[in-house]
Design a binder for this molecule. Structure first.
Ligand SMILES: [Ca+2]
Length: 137
C-alpha cells in the first residue's frame, strides 16, 4: 500500500468505526466482518452510506461545509492534486450551494442521494467523481 491509499484506508476505517462508536485502534473479528460487508457491498445504497459516513466526521447524520472541505482535502491529497486542495473552500461552498438549497448549513443524506441519482442541477464539475474514487476493496 502506498502512502496515499494508506491515508485513505485510515479515513475509511475511522468512518466505519465512528458509526459504530468504536474508539480503539483495533476491532474484533465480527466487527471487521461487518466493516467488510459494508465496504464490499457494491449496491448504490451501501456505497452512498459508506461515502456519507466518511464525510460525516462527527457522525451526527449531517454534513457541514467544514466536513466537505475536509473530504475534498483528503481527496486532493490522495490524488496529489494540490491545486484542488487550494480551491477546497471554493469547492465546498459550491457543493453546499448545490446540496443545501435552503441554506440550513447542513447536508442530509437525502440531498446527497439526490445528487448522485440525478446529478447536479447545474454543472459543478466533478462532485460525483469523489465517490468513484473510493478504492475497490
Ligand atoms: Ca456531521
Amino acid at each position: 500500500m502506498n502512502k496515499e491509499s494508506e491515508a485513505f484506508a485510515g479515513e475509511l476505517f475511522d468512518a466505519l468505526a465512528r458509526k459504530r462508536n468504536i474508539q480503539e485502534e483495533s476491532i474484533s473479528k465480527a466487527q471487521l466482518r461487518d466493516f467488510w460487508d459494508q465496504i464490499s457491498d457494491q449496491s448504490f445504497d451501501s456505497r452512498l452510506k459508506t461515502f456519507f459516513d466518511m464525510v460525516d466526521k462527527d457522525a451526527d447524520g449531517r454534513i457541514t461545509e467544514d466536513e466537505i472541505k475536509e473530504i475534498i482535502c483528503l481527496s486532493a491529497t490522495t490524488n496529489k492534486l494540490s491545486n484542488i486542495q487550494k480551491q477546497a473552500e471554493e469547492y465546498a461552498a459550491l457543493i453546499m450551494e448545490e446540496l443545501d438549497p435552503d441554506d440550513t448549513g447542513f447536508i442530509m443524506i437525502d440531498n446527497l442521494e439526490m445528487l448522485l441519482l440525478h446529478g447536479p442541477s447545474h454543472s459543478t464539475r466533478g462532485d460525483s467523481k469523489y465517490l468513484s474514487k473510493c478504492p475497490k476493496a
